[in-house]
Design a protein around this ligand. Sequence first.
Ligand code: AMP
Length: 370
Amino acid sequence: MTASSTGPIPPGAIIGILGGGQLGRMTALAAARLGYPCHIYTDEPNSPASQVAAKTTVAGYTDETALAAFAKDVAVVTFEFENIPEITAETLARHVIVRPGPRCLAIAQDRLREKDFLNGIGATTAPYRRVTSVQDLTHALRDLGRPAVLKTARLGYDGKGQVMIDGSMKPAAAWKAMSGGASAAEGVLEGFVDFEREISVIVARAPDGTWAAYDPVENRHVHHVLDTTIAPAAIPQGLADKAIGTARHIAEQLDLVGLLAVEMFVTRAGGILINEIAPRPHNSGHWTMDACVTSQFEQFVRAVCGLPLGSPARHADAVMKNLLGDEVLRWREILAEPTAKLHLYGKSEPRPGRKMGHVNRLSPRKDQQS
Ligand code: AMP
């Protein structure tokens, strides 16, 4: 079915979500407030999302019988992570509306396809080369120079499957670190961007093409994992407008219905290079839950159900801090801070680096103080 083949999906209809993580959990909570029950499809028992959803199917992502039953039960399907087999989205799309559509998923889950697509529509990335062997990598390093970053083409996230190649690292060692010694592997070598800061923009797009964007934010990573988001990013208005315009352009060229997060590098020369895109709610949008008129999760539900988009206006400045691993044990102190808003994901084991929750610390908008 095409994304525009129906009118609005009314409250009471069931929203299907592929994936059971915290993004699905926060989407299900926002959906419930608007009167929509959610049905989570995940391969993980007792997932963060299923704890708060009306229904859960626990099955493999290529289980055709389970997928068919899921499709029958829901009015629309969306997803909360993009590493879902392409065949899953395509199978579902034969039975039910899938928003964003399978093409968005196919592009966003493969770094090479994504970079080819972005550069093809004039949204520039760092220079890159496809590499499938140590020999390719040796040539690509000669072309792009060092330092450079080698990434797996697929299934990489939060810095996993990523190798920083400095002046001395041998191509064979880098290849082994990325591929884990697998004989067939596909990677992307990216030129290293000596960025001034990292920012992201989240844009929502409805089936009728209307759109709304949140203010660009600054993201700080620790060991390749998002640690802190500062909203808004301290960048000139012209650059903020350009970042929003670029995100909107990408969403339109994808014909995306839902949310698109666009991670960007701000270069030292004041330009923008796209790092990566995600066609779903994003960790760098968690601040919107407490600092905006409409949170990214409510906006996602509105877009996917074909409802009018809400205002993305920011009523406060915010700093979002991820609570990784043991950091979650500080919940008591955080709750004692008067302007801190705590969000926990219901995960029982605080393994090192695991995203257990986040806290939004609010302050009055600096640009409105006289
Ligand atoms: P990614 O998983 O591609 O988003 O990468 C995680 C983080 O690694 C980014 O947010 C950057 O901080 C850093 N990084 C990734 N690619 C590059 C690059 N080409 N140049 C410099 N830093 C990078």
